[in-house]
Design a protein around this ligand. Structure first.
Ligand SMILES: Nc1nc2c(ncn2[C@@H]2O[C@H](COP(=O)(O)OP(=O)(O)O)[C@@H](O)[C@H]2O)c(=O)[nH]1
Ligand SMILES: [Mg+2]
Length: 217
């Protein structure tokens, strides 16, 4: 009856920003984390997934956030927006500290179900991207790679880019999935929503509101 059953992410809302791991909400339920270099199109993608204009702040100035931003889908399911890596205008010390936090998050967060890594389709698998993939696979976290801004390439070049990326990913680890995506023309949006949905535990039968009506009479 609700639109949420078509796109469960429509009800997503901002929960909090955490500068440190101990500020994260209790380690229960399911989290899927979004990662990528600054400017890869992660925030824009999140807005497209949630069908909201400004759920995640999109910015043309890369490297601002150093917070782990959490979005709540329902009581049990969250999306984690990891700070963009690559361009961050921070000191070496801050960078090293941040890498430590990130790798600890991947290794220790029990509710982390999967990692989605956004890469500009025109230049995927930069050194930092490969590092992310490696950390996640070492920690046994499934990785899904999103080749973003696919509208920037023609259909043939898009296919080639996907094939090439898949070959390179297969050399890092087996089982990594990937897709092309464009927030501009919604290419691959449903594929991404379906992929995310497969990791979450959406309880279709029970209302998640904490009211005491058990079911409709
Ligand atoms: N052409 C195109 N540009 C995009 C797309 N997604 C994001 N952008 C642009 O890329 C820039 C960075 O996007 P943003 O979502 O803030 O990247 P983030 O740093 O990864 O969160 C912005 O100027 C967006 O408008 C897309 O699908 N196609
Ligand atoms: Mg962003």
């Amino acid at each position: 009856m609700t639109n949420a059953s078509l796109n469960p992410f429509r009800v997503a809302r901002y929960l909090m920003g955490a500068a440190k791991l101990d500020q994260l909400p209790p380690d229960v339920g399911v989290e899927v984390a979004l990662a990528g270099r600054s400017n890869a199109g992660k925030s824009t993608a999140l807005n497209a997934i949630a069908d909201q204009k400004s759920l995640a702040k999109t910015s043309k100035t890369p490297g601002r956030t150093q917070l782990i931003n959490l979005f709540m889908i329902d009581d049990d399911n969250r999306i984690t927006d990891l700070p963009g890596y690559g361009f961050a205008k921070v000191s070496k010390d801050q960078k090293a500290q941040w890498q430590k936090t990130l790798s600890r998050y991947l290794q220790e967060r029990q509710c982390l179900r999967a990692l989605v890594i956004f890469m500009d389709i025109r230049h995927p698998l930069k050194e930092t991207d490969k590092e992310m993939v490696q950390w996640a696979t070492t920690a046994n976290i499934p990785v899904h790679v999103v080749l973003s801004k696919a509208d920037k390439l023609k259909s043939g070049a898009r296919k080639t880019a996907l094939l090439t990326a898949n070959k390179r990913l297969a050399r890092i680890s087996e089982g990594i999935t990937s897709q092309v995506f464009s927030a501009t023309n919604k290419l691959g949006l449903q594929e991404l929503i379906d992929r995310l949905s497969s990791w979450y535990c959406f309880d279709e039968s029970a209302p998640d509101q904490s009211d005491d009506s058990e079911s409709s009479q």
